[in-house]
Design a protein around this ligand. Structure first.
Ligand code: GLA
Length: 385
């Protein structure tokens, strides 16, 4: 429906059929905050997406209109040189245009209308969808396509310019995802493979805690990254070839335990153990073992809560409620943290009662209305026409 509305609005405005690009959001089964530590992640691209309707123009301007949160219009010049915008998406696009100008990319004029159904600030990577979709669109219209790897790097650089020192998980998931599969990415060498996530008799469910985050503004995300880097620096004093936490073992943490900050140690331990959970999750999915999948989700959540300290009381409450319910195999908060959705594995025969109880009990305990989303895994960024 979203796609239809955008296309019909575009056609009314510009009197021509646009090229339509779908840029999906992403979930993450396990492997949180491991990406910027050259670790392992297991995300997947989803049906919820941002749609860009675009066509070339001769005006030498990039004219953009959106309905994403509220109706807005911005015209960008091809040479960059813009002030900051009041709206978050304007600043992302400004950052992208600046990077393309820096790279001497030959930009051309474009008309663009975009909108979508990814909830913003909910851990489903609306910003990676926004950036990767826009870069794909503008480079396609300009006539010099970029590789998906290159698009991912530009999108990541745009996030860094905005203030979030993120890894590459979101951009890779959004660009390389495949229908019905999770995407296993080794962030050390960016090698990847796919693994089916359908477990017979079980359903994947998202519950939005409706606590919204803004990771680029809340510096807690970047503080976690600094903690990890502090530990790497200390380990490097004895082991010169260590480049990231991926090269650090629990025994290395033991050796620096008197020198290192206690909180940094706790966080590094979380990262090392989270990488193991990704491997365990791969095994559990391959074996079709829903019990183990659920258990790994639960362990991942409580580690994020007590060791990495990136959950919120509301997200902890959602996971606790799941633990009390017959039919919920396991759940965990997803994404950068400090708000957003949980991902839950639920017995399909008990799906309706579990969802109703989750929402009701959450409201009882927090006073907040949570939302339920059906989870469908779809392809990464693609052209729809
Ligand atoms: C955000 C970042 C990612 C990743 C996740 C946590 O989504 O953009 O790079 O670090 O948080 O796993």
């Amino acid at each position: 429906m979203v796609q239809k509305e955008i296309v019909s609005y575009f056609t009314e405005q510009y009197n021509t059929q646009p090229l339509v690009i779908k840029a999906p959001g992403r979930i993450n089964l396990i492997g949180e905050h491991t990406d910027y530590n050259e670790g392992l992640v297991l995300p997947a691209s989803i049906e919820k997406a941002i749609y860009f309707a675009v066509s070339p123009n001769e005006s030498g301007e990039i004219k953009i209109e959106t309905f994403l949160t509220q109706p807005e219009k911005i015209t960008f010049q091809l040479n960059g040189k813009h002030n900051k915008y009041a709206r978050f998406w304007g600043n992302y696009f400004k950052a992208i245009i600046d990077i393309l100008v820096e790279e001497k990319y030959p930009l051309k004029g474009m008309n663009c209308v975009f909108g979508g159904d990814i909830p913003i600030g909910s851990g489903l990577s609306s910003s990676a969808a926004l950036c990767c979709g826009f870069i794909y669109a503008i480079t396609k219209i300009s006539g010099k396509a970029l590789t998906r790897e290159h698009i991912a790097l530009i999108a990541q650089k745009a996030e860094h310019k905005i203030g979030l020192n993120c890894g590459l998980m979101d951009q890779y998931a959004v660009l390389f995802g495949k229908k019905e599969n999770a995407f296993f990415l080794d962030c050390k060498d960016l090698s990847h493979s796919y693994i089916p996530i359908n477990l017979k008799g079980y359903s994947w469910v998202l519950i939005n805690s409706n606590i919204k985050h803004n990771l680029a503004v809340d510096s807690e995300y970047n503080k976690r990254r600094t903690s990890c880097e502090n530990i790497v620096e200390l380990v490097q004093q004895n082991k010169k070839n260590v480049k990231s936490l991926r090269d650090v073992g629990l025994d290395d943490l033991q050796l620096i335990s008197t020198k290192a900050d206690k909180t940094d140690i706790k966080r590094a331990r979380y990262i090392i153990e989270e990488n193991s959970r990704v491997r365990q999750m791969m095994q559990a999915l391959t074996a079709g073992n829903a019990q183990n999948v659920g258990e790994i989700l639960r362990q991942g959540h409580w580690a994020m809560s007590s060791q990495y300290e990136i959950t919120t009381p509301e997200l902890d409450t959602l996971v606790k409620i799941g633990e009390e319910l017959d039919g919920v195999m396991g759940s965990r908060m997803m994404g950068g943290g400090f708000g957003g959705c949980t991902i839950n594995l639920v017995e399909t025969s008990k799906l309706n009662t579990c969802i109703t109880s989750l929402l009701e009990k959450y409201k009882e305990r927090t006073g907040i209305d949570a939302e339920y989303y059906h989870l469908a895994i779809d392809d990464g960024v693609k052209e729809m026409n």
